[in-house]
Design a protein around this ligand. Structure first.
Ligand SMILES: CC(=O)N[C@H]1[C@@H](OP(=O)(O)OP(=O)(O)OC[C@H]2O[C@@H](n3ccc(=O)[nH]c3=O)[C@H](O)[C@@H]2O)O[C@H](CO)[C@H](O)[C@@H]1O
Ligand SMILES: [Mn+2]
Length: 352
């Protein structure tokens, strides 16, 4: 009896031990893949046993270059005229709170590709040249940038000289009659682009308005998981004055006593996975609204604001990154990086 009991305990012990060894092995092989080829454990096996690639995701530390000299960071001195952090601890990027030399030296080591999307339909093709030429001067200079331009007139796309490792991919899309539909349809196009073409192609994506021009640096300080830009018109007003959708019938509804910031629809970005989730969710909410015959007051911008209320951005860009007119000043804006190009709406839009 005693012998049998001992035997059973020994078998049990052996089973636990081999289980632990097995678990440890899985972890080891996974870690090895991370260092050798980025994050390869991210392959997903579905219920049917099909292996689906997940997002290209690399594990990097913020590695610094030995011997790099830069100003000593201060714990005590910083900008006091603006907030540099949100209540959920996301940084808010302003001129004066980052060191561009240090940031570039860290992110250049990561061999990144930044996908950047713009849409130019109808008369908005007139903005393409200035947008691209100014981006080549100021936007992720020295990094690999792939611009994706969606247009109904590929023949009108101007020749713009691109820097090394930078390129333009033009995709033809059907014309639409209402500017609101053009603006809103961007969410679905972006969702599909990320799904079908960008997985394993890019590390980050930024989605920008085309009626915009760069005047200052927009670089690696803007990289993050989920990135929103604070709208230039509404950065200094109480939340009750934000132009959120206020009708409860819309999926974009935000009550007057809620809301963090008012975000611009003209610029957002982040990792492919996060931006895919954002564009998919906004596309779904837009479709539900359309089925209920309601269009949010600022179309997809209203839905973006609802999304960011429920999915807080990990990084916020100050209105330096989407200013409303290069000739307009505000005490807090020390540099205009990207700005709206003033336009006569009646002149460029297909409908009021
Ligand atoms: C600064 C800012 O946050 N701007 C937003 C705001 O007004 P905007 O006045 O900036 O909207 P907009 O007329 O620039 O339209 C948005 C974008 O749609 C594209 N487009 C539009 C019309 C057209 O005929 N052809 C064309 O290609 C183009 O890429 C343009 O940049 O509200 C819009 C939705 O209501 C968008 O959320 C914009 O991003
Ligand atoms: Mn615009």
């Amino acid at each position: 009896m005693m012998v049998r009991q001992n035997f059973l305990i020994a078998v049990l012990f052996g089973m636990i031990l081999s289980g632990l060894i097995y678990l440890n092995n899985i972890q080891c092989s996974c870690n090895q893949q991370i260092t050798e080829q980025g994050f390869n454990c991210s392959q997903q096996i579905t219920e049917q046993g099909i292996i689906k690639p997940k997002w290209k995701q690399k594990i990097f530390g913020l590695r610094s270059t030995p011997g790099l000299l830069y100003n000593q960071p201060s714990v005590l001195v910083g900008r006091t005229d603006v907030a540099s952090v949100s209540p959920w601890s996301a940084p808010i990027i302003w001129e004066g709170n980052f060191d561009s030399t240090l940031i570039d030296s860290i992110y250049k080591q990561q061999n990144l590709t930044i996908a950047t999307t713009v849409f130019a339909l109808g008369k908005y093709t007139r903005f393409v040249k200035d947008f691209l030429e100014s981006a080549e001067q100021h936007y992720f200079v020295g990094f690999r940038v792939h611009y994706y331009l969606f247009t109904d007139q590929p023949e009108s796309v101007p020749e713009v000289k691109m820097g090394e490792n930078r390129g333009l991919i033009v995709q033809k899309v059907p014309s639409l009659n209402r500017w609101q539909d053009i603006s809103m349809s961007r969410m679905e196009k972006l969702e599909k682009l990320i799904e079908n073409e960008l997985v394993n192609e890019a590390d980050y994506i930024f989605c920008l308005d085309i009626d915009a021009k760069f005047y200052g640096r927009w670089g690696a300080e803007t990289l993050g998981r989920l990135v929103g830009v604070i709208h230039p018109w509404l950065f200094n007003v109480p939340r009750s004055q934000f132009t959120y959708e206020r009708r409860p019938e819309s999926k974009a509804y935000i009550p007057v006593e809620e809301g963090d910031y008012y975000y611009a629809g003209a610029a957002f970005g982040g990792s492919l996975e996060d931006v895919h989730h954002l564009t998919k969710t906004c596309r779904e909410q837009l479709q539900i609204d359309a089925a209920n015959s309601i269009e949010a007051v600022w179309q997809e911008e209203s839905h973006l604001n609802k999304y960011f209320l429920l999915n807080k951005p990990s990084k916020l860009l100050s209105p330096e990154y989407m200013w409303w007119d290069v000739n307009e000043k505000a005490a807090q804006i020390k540099i205009v990086r990207l700005t709206n190009v003033p336009k006569n709406y009646a002149d460029v839009r297909p409908n009021p």
